[in-house]
Design a protein around this ligand. Structure first.
Ligand SMILES: *[C@@H]1O[C@H](CO)[C@@H](O)[C@H](O)[C@H]1NC(C)=O
Ligand SMILES: *[C@@H]1O[C@H](CO)[C@@H](O)[C@H](O)[C@H]1NC(C)=O
Ligand SMILES: *[C@@H]1O[C@H](CO)[C@@H](O)[C@H](O)[C@H]1NC(C)=O
Ligand SMILES: *[C@@H]1O[C@H](CO)[C@@H](O)[C@H](O)[C@H]1NC(C)=O
Ligand SMILES: *[C@@H]1O[C@H](CO)[C@@H](O)[C@H](O)[C@H]1NC(C)=O
Ligand SMILES: *[C@@H]1O[C@H](CO)[C@@H](O)[C@H](O)[C@H]1NC(C)=O
Ligand SMILES: *[C@@H]1O[C@H](CO)[C@@H](O)[C@H](O)[C@H]1NC(C)=O
Ligand SMILES: *[C@@H]1O[C@H](CO)[C@@H](O)[C@H](O)[C@H]1NC(C)=O
Ligand SMILES: *[C@@H]1O[C@H](CO)[C@@H](O)[C@H](O)[C@H]1NC(C)=O
Ligand SMILES: *[C@@H]1O[C@H](CO)[C@@H](O)[C@H](O)[C@H]1NC(C)=O
Ligand SMILES: *[C@@H]1O[C@H](CO)[C@@H](O)[C@H](O)[C@H]1NC(C)=O
Length: 598
């Protein structure tokens, strides 16, 4: 365990501020066509925007068969309240499972004026991607988001209905003309013959495991893609605008009944989340008392802390503080041309280990899995996927939870501990989960609110230890440590004719370190460090940016046992000044770990 760190609690320095400025940071758009102004480089037209957050999926093994399956093409015009776009999906006959790699491509082209918008892709209600859009220029921009979706292999191999849905909520009128043209495809890479041993079924390595005397070891399948994935999303969304739950407040829960097969021996809940409207900038919201005492009219209150909580049958089962993603219209839209903010094109998903709850869940009966957001203001879009691993040799496993203590939120710190045992054909294993969340957030106003500083940091440490039940010997362990610091300073000055000049400096980053080991099978380590620094000014009238200049530097570093990938991008006023990629991969191995999950 790393040494204890000092605990900072949310603090706000309360000074009088004019209400017009209370909203900074805010959401803006650059409507070049209407205002007839040019900010940045006119060569943005036709330009490809860049996603600096995750590397493209790793190159597939040489000589592996490859199939590209286009699934959906759709133009998202005025889509508020409309059902998602749908298309039929079937696995490729020419590239049958097992696959060494599957990637999803989400490509967008848009021209005109438009705000940033949120979108998601679901397969039979299971979310595969949460993304937001770039703001276009009249001549048009385009980009592609690629996500490694190998962890959904069981669903991709045998989807219950094979309906792929995409929702991109957009508003088109005389002013906002941008229509988003989206196409979605999958790329399948088979396992080449020389790797086919590695792609074999999971139970092989623990053949002698279930005997009473020897200490069992984890099956290989334990850290491979799940056997079954159940949606924890809103089934009504098929006809009403997408499968995400739209949470309006802290007491509003998004929940779904799930029936977990009684032979499940491992469970992980993967949570997707994006904040919108009055909570888009939750990490900079003042507390309500401050809003009242200053007679402000803003609806952005409840202070600067949010936490997504998962519950199983109304019991706390895990939680996360989301990475504060800045969408492409946020803070200063000129920062995000043509390099999107961290996570904006590919919002992180968050894994919560639910194996200790299988004693409750795996009885073949329906159970409620619910998602809520602490202190939420409308609107949060959340849903989740329940990944389940099934015992191939038994129709039932025996399981029970250990002692359970409801962890309380102590200001901005929460420590949760669960344990439970599951006895399957692989043996009797106890899973102990310990998670610690720590968040500090300081929002300072000075100079009557014209100067605003946000210092935010969230940290999440989780440790999952798997022990052989009899001897308590440790047979597997996964440790993850994630940090999301953000520093944002804005200075606002009055300009001419009701305009204002906003200068902003932003530094934010994601670091995620993971180590996983399973006795006799493998040991893996990975490290992701992704950082952006942006600085610039803009002249705004209302929500329109009418002039400005900005520079953004983005540095991405990822390494694991199989290789390393680094990318450093320098952009200024819409142009890429340099884009340096360094990558090296060792001879391909069958194992990969998903970067997207934290
Ligand atoms: C979007 O698709 C429509 C219809 O195919 C096409 O007319 C339009 O030019 C496309 N827009 C962009 C920006 O490619
Ligand atoms: C499961 O059954 C197969 C086939 O009968 C056998 O080869 C394998 O060892 C069994 N695995 C376990 C963990 O019992
Ligand atoms: C929270 O939102 C739900 C759903 O819109 C609503 O029914 C409920 O009344 C709200 N609760 C509070 C306390 O505002
Ligand atoms: C808020 O409004 C009340 C009533 O109109 C007034 O007495 C008070 O001075 C105002 N406070 C501030 C900070 O403007
Ligand atoms: C506000 O920011 C400006 C520009 O950075 C600086 O000159 C000024 O001293 C700041 N005011 C306060 C009260 O911190
Ligand atoms: C599994 O191990 C736990 C903890 O040691 C024990 O309480 C339980 O009875 C065992 N279950 C089975 C089915 O052996
Ligand atoms: C201010 O607005 C008026 C009326 O819209 C316009 O005539 C004038 O040119 C503007 N001045 C500047 C400096 O933009
Ligand atoms: C942003 O950073 C630059 C360079 O470090 C500095 O000169 C400027 O005052 C900063 N602006 C704000 C609003 O903090
Ligand atoms: C934008 O600002 C720059 C720098 O202040 C200035 O030179 C330019 O004329 C401005 N452009 C417009 C369209 O106002
Ligand atoms: C990319 O490499 C060039 C040449 O070494 C260097 O000048 C530039 O600063 C690098 N760019 C970034 C963003 O690191
Ligand atoms: C605009 O971008 C292009 C291509 O990135 C570059 O060659 C050109 O110098 C840029 N112009 C300005 C004014 O920045």
């Amino acid at each position: 365990m790393p040494p204890p760190r000092r605990l900072l609690l949310p603090v706000l320095l309360l000074l009088l501020i004019p209400s017009a400025i209370a909203g900074v940071p805010d959401r803006y758009t650059v409507r070049r066509s209407r205002l007839g102004v040019r900010t940045g480089n006119s060569s943005l037209s036709g330009q490809e925007y860049l996603d600096p957050t995750y590397p493209v999926p790793r190159p597939p093994a040489a000589a592996s068969p490859t199939c590209v399956v286009p699934v959906l093409t759709h133009s998202f015009g005025d889509t508020y309240g409309a059902p998602p776009a749908k298309a039929a999906y079937a696995p490729p006959p020419d590239c049958p499972a097992p696959w060494s790699l599957v990637s999803l491509s989400f490509s967008v082209a848009v021209a005109g004026d438009q705000y940033d918008r949120v979108a998601a892709v679901w397969l039979d209600g299971v979310e595969l991607l949460r993304t937001t859009t770039a703001e276009p220029v009249p001549g048009g921009v385009r980009w592609t988001v690629r996500r490694d979706v190998t962890r959904y292999a069981s669903l991709l191999r045998a989807p219950p209905s094979g309906v792929l849905s995409v929702m991109l909520e957009n508003l088109v009128n005389d002013e906002f003309t941008g229509v988003y043209n989206v196409s979605v495809s999958f790329e399948f890479h088979g396992a080449p013959a020389y790797l086919s041993d590695a792609a074999g079924s999971g139970s092989a390595s623990s053949s002698s495991s279930a005997t009473a005397t020897a200490t069992p070891t984890l099956p290989k399948s334990y850290l491979e893609p799940a056997d079954l994935i159940l949606p924890v999303s809103d089934p009504a969304g098929e006809s009403t605008g997408g499968f995400w739950f739209r949470l309006q407040n802290a007491s509003h829960a998004g929940s779904r009944l799930v029936t977990v097969p009684s032979n499940a021996y491992r469970a992980v809940l993967e949570v997707f989340v994006s904040p919108h409207a009055d909570d888009e900038f939750w990490y900079s919201n003042p507390p309500d008392i401050y809003i009242r005492e200053n007679n402000l009219s803003t609806a952005r209150g409840n202070a600067a802390y949010r936490e997504v909580v998962a519950a199983v049958d109304r019991r706390f089962a895990g939680s996360l503080v989301p990475f504060p993603v800045v969408y492409t219209g946020g803070v200063n839209p000129l920062f995000w041309q043509p390099v999107a903010a961290l996570g904006a094109f590919h919002l992180p998903s968050y894994d919560l280990e639910l194996t200790p709850f299988l004693g409750l869940l795996a009885d073949g009966k329906a159970h409620e899995v619910a998602l809520t957001v602490v202190d939420a203001i409308a609107e949060w879009r959340v849903d989740a996927n329940l990944h389940l691993w099934l015992d191939p040799n038994a129709s039932d496993v025996a399981a029970a939870m250990g002692p359970y203590r409801t962890p309380r939120l102590i200001r901005a710190k929460r420590k949760a501990r669960f344990s439970g045992w599951v006895s399957s054909s692989f043996g009797n294993f106890t899973t102990e989960v310990e998670t610690e969340l720590e968040t500090s957030s300081v929002v300072e106003f000075a100079d009557q609110g014209r100067n605003k500083t946000v210092r935010f940091q969230a940290e999440r440490e989780s440790e999952v230890v798997i022990r052989a039940a009899g001897t308590r010997k440790e047979v597997g362990k996964v440790e993850t440590e994630a940090k999301f610091p953000m520093l944002l300073r804005t200075v606002t000055e009055d300009g001419e004719n009701g305009t204002s000049v906003v200068r902003a400096n932003l530094t934010h980053s994601i670091t995620v370190e993971t180590s996983a080991e399973a006795e006799g099978l493998f040991e893996r380590e990975s490290k992701l460090a992704d950082e952006q620094t942006a600085a610039g000014w803009m002249l705004v009238r209302g929500h329109d940016v009418v002039n400005g200049s900005a520079a953004t530097t983005s540095v991405y570093r990822y390494s694991d046992d199989a290789g390393r990938y680094e990318r450093a991008i320098d952009a200024r006023d819409g142009s890429i000044l340099s884009d340096n990629v360094t990558e090296s991969y060792q001879a391909v191995t069958a194992k990969r770990s998903s970067v997207a999950a934290m």
